[in-house]
Design a protein around this ligand. Structure first.
Ligand SMILES: [Mn+2]
Length: 343
């Protein structure tokens, strides 16, 4: 018999929670799902944003959250004995990471077709539900335009310095009538009253128009090119971040070299290696206090052998390990950073 709505024998599509979030069938790292409508009860709360209406040329990043979730299955949050938050032993670092740090997957922001403004509001609400609970939101895009609505979720929580790892500056004011695309996102971020500065790390590539670069310089963006990072090292790059500042970390996966991250809309040759990126993130995180983190622009239709999705899944763990290693206290660090910023 064909099921009809309300037929108890047929599993219905899970309704979105009060925050407009739809639970995922597969979770990041196998972490437990957040209870719908409740504040997340974990140090780290993942949220997927399957939105790519901000792309200039090649869409596909809407499939990013699903691909990164699938790739993250390699790193299991719960061990064979059913224990959660046991962390991982990092053979390269020679120590445990993320021991005792709890994680939960809040699902995906429910994206509506065609209505950009409504979607941006849903993204803000979804991230605000996590940040407002004093948890670390880890947002997986989606194209880079989602960083602007994600940042808006921090309004009223004190000054924030944005640290952007990216090939492109994304500082175009307006092109072809749009101001909310992924190439405009840092310009919009710079206009938020509580954003006190922006560090742009890993920048490279060719530009047709000089206006975004001069506007970023006029704004006071601290620009560290890929070459400068390579030449001067991660500690020097991290000095672009004000010491002790509350930071929002945004990583556009296209900061990696095209060979290491082919699955993205606008890849460029000459990018960072995974190791260079990871070491730079560790240095930045040691200097600032990260209160929000997104990873964007994984576009599975352009990926090979899950190279990009797997790199993203690992990078998220390495980044949050660095964030929580800073003071190894977990949730209270995030809460303190937000409260201190508010004071
Ligand atoms: Mn970008």
């Amino acid at each position: 018999m064909v099921g009809v709505p309300g037929d108890p024998r047929i599993p219905s599509v899970t309704p979105p929670s009060a925050q407009g979030l739809r639970p995922a069938s597969l979770t990041f790292y196998g972490a437990p799902p957040c209870a719908p409508g409740a504040a997340p009860d974990a140090d780290v709360a993942f949220v997927g944003v399957p939105f790519d209406l901000g792309t200039t040329l090649r869409p596909g990043a809407r499939f990013g959250p699903a691909a990164v979730r699938a790739a993250s299955a390699w790193y299991r949050y719960i061990d064979d004995d059913g224990n959660a938050a046991g962390g991982w032993f990092d053979l390269d670092l020679g120590r445990w990471i993320l021991q005792g740090i709890t994680m939960a997957d809040c699902g995906d922001v429910e994206i509506a077709p065609a209505d950009i403004t409504a979607n941006l509001e849903r993204i803000t609400a979804g991230v605000a539900a996590i940040a407002g609970a004093g948890r670390l939101p880890v947002i997986v895009g989606g194209d880079h335009s989602i960083t602007y609505p994600a940042l808006r979720a921090f309004a009223g929580r004190g000054p924030i310095h944005v640290v952007q790892f990216d090939t492109h500056q994304d500082f175009v004011d307006e092109r072809r009538g749009t101001r909310l695309g992924h190439g405009n996102v840092m310009r919009r971020a710079s206009e938020l009253p509580f954003v006190t500065g922006i560090s742009q790390i890993g920048i490279k590539g060719l530009q047709k128009y000089p206006e975004p670069l001069s506007a970023a310089r006029t704004y006071g963006a601290r620009i560290v090119t890929a070459s400068a990072l390579r030449r001067d090292g991660p500690e020097a790059a991290a000095r672009s971040v004000p010491s002790g500042a509350a930071c929002y970390l945004t990583v556009d996966i296209d900061v990696l070299d095209i060979a290491q991250a082919p699955g993205t809309g606008t890849p460029e040759p000459g990018g960072l290696t995974y190791r260079e990126l990871c070491e730079a993130i560790r240095a930045v995180v040691k200097r600032g206090r990260v209160v929000g983190f997104d990873l964007v622009e994984v576009s599975p239709p352009y990926d090979w052998a899950e190279v990009t999705a797997r790199s993203a899944a690992r990078l998220i763990l390495d980044a949050i390990a660095a964030i929580f290693a800073r003071e190894s206290e977990g949730r209270p660090v995030i809460q303190a950073a937000l409260e201190e910023g508010r004071a």
